[in-house]
Design a protein around this ligand. Sequence first.
Ligand code: C5P
Length: 211
Amino acid sequence: SRALVIAVDGPAAAGKGTLARRLADALGLPYLDTGLLYRAVGRRMLDAGLDPAAQPADEQARRVTPEDLKRGDLRVPEVDRAASLVAAQQAVRAILVDVQRDFARAAGGVLDGRDIGTVIFPDAQVKLFITASPAARARRRWEQLATDRDAPDREAQIARVEAELVARDAADAGRAVAPLKAAVDAVVIDTDHMTAEQVLAEALRVVRVRA
Ligand code: C5P
């Protein structure tokens, strides 16, 4: 019996990370947030003064270290955009494929991203595609980031977050290489009206059936 691999894919801010971390905890599996890899490459491009939209990023991808993944400045809007831009480069993805496969080789794992079930682990025993409406995702992301929850312009702030999420998803779903999409054998969970606990329970039910 081969090591258990659980692929958790979906659009930005759908709750993939929360679910994947809880699944890994519940099942005693290693957890990898693969978006951090692309964020680290995007961060390196910005730090080096290189334009992630126009210049090759494979050199920076080769230099990513475990320390890079722990940086505190990976979840800021400019890195959201830079990560999505470098993620569209085939040469960058080719370098990061091995890192992701090696991660789960020995003991399996839960990996969250955009192409885990389609490209990285097409034969994963369990594939989940976690989604939610742009409005719900924007509100959750805003609640994580908000410094002032009673700001008079809160609805405008949420609308801005939603516009950024929708633009990034369109870029991720529209790219030629490894686009964001559900694998044909993925179980889709729409989390709009679900709590994190309900999503975990549903995912564990799928694991029991498929693994
Ligand atoms: O998941 P997260 O929002 O941190 O990912 C940042 C960006 O990295 C995504 O918008 C996407 O462009 C890219 N990514 C990817 N494939 C993955 C994980 C992330 O292309 N498996």
